[in-house]
Write a protein that binds this ligand. Structure first.
Ligand code: NAP
Length: 282
């Protein structure tokens, strides 16, 4: 048996525990959420499209699992806070948070979020930063617990003089800096969570999986969604990850990220900016 099915079989910790998967209405997030549902996790399916979200909930329930759909547009920090509040009222535990929702490189030009921030920085990074801190008390109380940040091998150093790319915009730069920001955050958060029983890791799931994001960018898919799902599930549930935190994985293997991830001053700057933009008191 290979791939996602083998990973599902290797899962030991799912029964009755609760997982939130953002961006579970499409692509690799959908496959991961369905696999967790099959393994007995109660899955909080996040997305912005109720029809596709409810369809996945039914699919999980038809397979004997348990799931609920939570709608939120992550391009608004108020919506992120509302989503977190809904999670807190829906559940009394959260053993797994997968920050997976994201937007790719395609688009006709620079866009901004409801809060006026550059769109990819806002959705791919800042929303996950805020959601994680909003849910951290619940996650810590559910330890052993894990957080997985679905990043990418597409990484670009953040230019702290133009984080919102107001001067020089390209979709690729916007995507790649947002993906690296997730890794800087992962390393910082792991230090903060030492001894808490909560592990946090980031990964590049797979290269050009056959998903909406890749097709929209006009790229010919090079890998299967199941390959990325297996890599995400490894960080989410594999016993082999015990004791590992603050790491970056290239698909199934630990790897080095862009050098800026290991620059403590860059991490300090990103953290200060993120706290300021979100109002998180950490
Ligand atoms: N595909 C690849 O080869 C690849 C490679 C490296 C990394 N990744 C990463 O893997 C993750 C999943 O990508 P994917 O390829 O599976 O993409 P996808 O098929 O396009 O799915 C993206 C998911 O994120 C949701 N989303 C997008 N914008 C949102 C917003 N503003 N608010 C709430 N949800 C939003 C989408 O909802 P809608 O369905 O409503 O749009 C969808 O559920 C991303 O973080 C991506 O950067 C992918």
């Amino acid at each position: 048996m290979a791939g996602v099915a083998a990973m599902v079989q290797a899962m030991t910790s799912g029964k009755g525990r609760i997982a939130l998967v953002t961006g579970a209405t499409d692509g690799v997030g959908r496959v991961v959420a369905a696999a967790l549902g099959k393994d007995g996790w109660r899955v909080l399916v996040h997305g912005r499209d109720a029809k596709r979200g409810e369809a996945l909930v039914r699919e999980i329930e038809d397979g004997g699992g348990s799931a609920s759909f939570l709608r939120a547009d992550l391009a608004s920090l108020a919506e992120v806070r509302r989503l977190a509040a809904e999670v807190r009222t829906t559940t009394d535990g959260l053993a797994l948070l997968i920050n997976n929702a994201g937007i790719g490189t395609a688009g006709s030009g620079r866009e901004t979020s409801a809060d006026g921030h550059e769109m990819r920085f806002a959705v791919n990074y800042l929303a996950g930063f805020l959601l994680t801190y909003e849910l951290l008390p619940l996650i810590k109380a559910s330890a052993p617990a894990r957080i997985v940040n679905v990043s990418s091998a597409g990484q670009q150093a953040i230019d702290f003089s133009d984080v919102m790319l107001a001067r020089r915009y390209s979709g690729i730069a916007a995507y790649c800096q947002s993906k690296l920001a997730q890794i800087l955050f992962t390393i910082d958060l792991a230090q903060e969570l030492k001894g808490s029983g909560v592990l946090v890791n980031a990964l590049h799931p797979s290269t050009y999986m056959n998903t909406t994001m890749v097709r929209r960018a006009g790229v010919s898919p090079m890998s299967k969604v199941e390959t990325g799902a297996e890599a995400i599930l490894q960080l989410a549930v594999s016993p082999g990850i015990e004791g590992k935190s603050g790491l970056y994985f290239n698909v199934m293997n630990e790897a080095r990220a862009n050098p800026q991830a290991y620059d403590a001053e860059a991490r300090r700057k990103l953290r200060a900016l993120s706290l300021e933009l979100t109002g998180v008191k950490a």
